[in-house]
Design a protein around this ligand. Structure first.
Ligand code: FBP
Length: 323
């Protein structure tokens, strides 16, 4: 191995070291986000290990949620938690409160567990508005107010993709060290991709712009090559591939589900934040996804996210329909 590659291999950039470096650039930062993220990372390590042990789905869902709630509360840095698994938001005991709100799906795509498909944890972090007066409004903020977001994918390897608002970085869990090490620095999504990702089983109920877009992907009229369909049906895995290879992931509205399927606070927002930070775009069919202001914690929204040019095309089709 040459000297430069060796230097990179031996200069281990752990996720904690990375976040500390980021925080040290902000003179007002007191390390709270670093502490909060280290508790999230601990939860991810626990889930990675439980998934590897082959626990059954029901148990894993419940277990993962409990681990994350406890890790987040004990960090002393959180105030309001919203989990996909809990109907109501959790307001942290005042004695343990900090300034952050975390919205998360502890185990997204868990219906895929029993067949070994990659699944993941998704999270988005907000700052509370007023520490003295904590309300549900603190988590009903538009996605653009998030201070950090990420996901951890449990697959053939375990990868944590994170943005604290200054680009996107990917860290892979080294099981022998028990540490996430920076393996994908400064991820940028290709401007245009060759893949589209959607559940075509819903095609007969799609609206016109979605149907037209998919038709264009398959049979482009501008001389470009057709896009290939890749759909895993596990959001973290589909978004991860989209981020690395480009293209577009969509879960649109349809006649049966006018708001699509995916949840705003812990699916649509974190993934949209990462896409934008990687140079891509995210759109709801009406607006920039991160501009949406949710009114309920488990609200759903249609979503089109991925390469800048591909999403631009979808926006054009919706704009044409509106005329
Ligand atoms: O099976 P469908 O309708 O294509 O939905 C797939 C989507 O549902 C999810 O599995 C989320 O659903 P769950 O909350 O039921 O796990 C996403 O990860 C994925 O993108």
């Amino acid at each position: 191995m040459d000297h430069e590659a060796d230097a990179y291999r031996t200069d281990l950039m752990t996720i904690t070291r990375y976040v500390l470096n980021e925080q040290s650039r902000n003179p007002e930062a007191r390390g709270d986000l670093t502490i909060l993220l280290s508790h999230i990372v601990l939860g991810c390590k626990f889930v990675a290990s439980a998934v590897n042990k082959g626990e059954e789905q029901k148990k894993l869902d419940v277990l993962s949620n409990e681990v994350f709630v406890k890790a987040l509360v004990s960090s002393g840095r959180t105030c309001v938690l919203v989990s996909e698994e809990d109907e109501e938001a959790t307001f942290v005991d005042p004695a343990l409160r900090g300034k952050y709100c975390v919205c998360f799906d502890p185990l997204d795509g868990s219906s895929n567990i029993d067949c070994g498909v990659s699944i993941g944890t998704i999270f988005g972090i907000y700052m509370i508005k007023d520490k003295e007066n904590v309300t549900l409004e603190d988590v009903l903020q538009p996605g653009k107010n998030m201070v950090a977001a990420g996901y951890c994918m449990y697959g053939s390897s375990c990868t944590l993709v994170l943005s604290t608002g200054n680009g996107v970085n990917g860290f892979t869990l080294d099981p022998s060290l028990g540490e996430f090490i920076l393996t994908h620095p400064d991820i940028k999504i290709p401007e245009k991709g060759k893949i589209y990702s959607v559940n075509e089983g819903n095609a007969k109920n799609w609206d016109e712009p979605t149907a037209k877009f998919v038709e264009k992907c398959k049979f482009p009229k501008d001389g470009s090559s057709p896009k290939s369909l890749r759909y895993i049906g596990s959001m973290v895995a589909d978004v991860h591939r989209t981020l690395l290879y480009g293209g577009v992931f969509l879960y649109p509205a349809d006649k049966k589900s006018p708001n699509g399927k995916l949840r705003v606070l812990y699916e649509v927002f974190p993934m949209s934040f990462l896409m934008e930070q990687a140079g891509g775009q995210s759109f709801t069919g009406k607006e920039r996804a991160l501009d949406l202001v949710p009114t309920k914690i488990h609200e759903r929204s249609p979503i089109f996210l991925g390469s800048f040019d591909d999403v631009e095309e979808i926006k054009g089709l919706y704009a044409a329909q509106a005329k």
